[in-house]
Design a protein around this ligand. Sequence first.
Ligand code: G3P
Length: 259
Amino acid sequence: TFDRTPLIAGNWKMNMDHVQGITLLQKLAWTLSDARHDFSRVEVSVFPPFTDIRGVQTLVQGDKLKLSYGAQDLSDKDSGAYTGDISGAFLNKLGCSYVLVGHSERREIHGESDELLNAKVKAAFRHGLTPVLCAGEGLQIRQAGTHVEHTLAQVRAAVAGLDAAQAAQLVIAYEPIWAIGTGEVAGPADAQELCAAIRAELSKLFDADTAAKTRLLYGGSVKAANVAAIMAERDVDGVLVGGASLDAGEFANIARFEN
Ligand code: G3P
């Protein structure tokens, strides 16, 4: 057997300034400490804006919260004349465990290419961070029926040059763009179809043992009301939650999908 501890991740996107972020995290910590519910079998993680990370670190480390956290992006470079960019080294120093790479909003709004994202995945590993690689198709591709191939091509490009140990540590989130922030949730069967396809692809690129260790998430309009059915799917090891992660009670309910 292998350990794919369910990962319940909240992507705050460009919401919550450093004051609001601390308030949200305190509420979340309070809810997660509720003795009536067992959160020991899941890993809960938050992805705040860069400017909140110091505050999140202070709270998590100071109060020994059972929470991990990460950033929403990083530079593919380590340091130097890259105005406005953030190095993985800085994120590591702030206690980040994770970093999102290739969220569809970065791919679409900032034109991030597969080649750049491969460099970002490598930069994350170089600095001791676990990349959470996001991949998924838009509506036109879904309607054309080429969503599996499209998503696998993004995954293949992003993992090029990794070794098996890195591939096992990597987290991949399948996020169909048509289901992000739209209220339109992909069915559990859609999530399973893609997660199974990604795992099969990792098995081909690396080996079956490695592929069995990689955690695969689903993201797109996840709520407390639909999370249990998604998490029941065999190859889905967690969820990446946007909007619903901004409400501490709702996000905690998502994290307790199983009890
Ligand atoms: O990264 C999470 C995300 O893009 C999904 O957003 O608001 O549909 O849960 P949302």
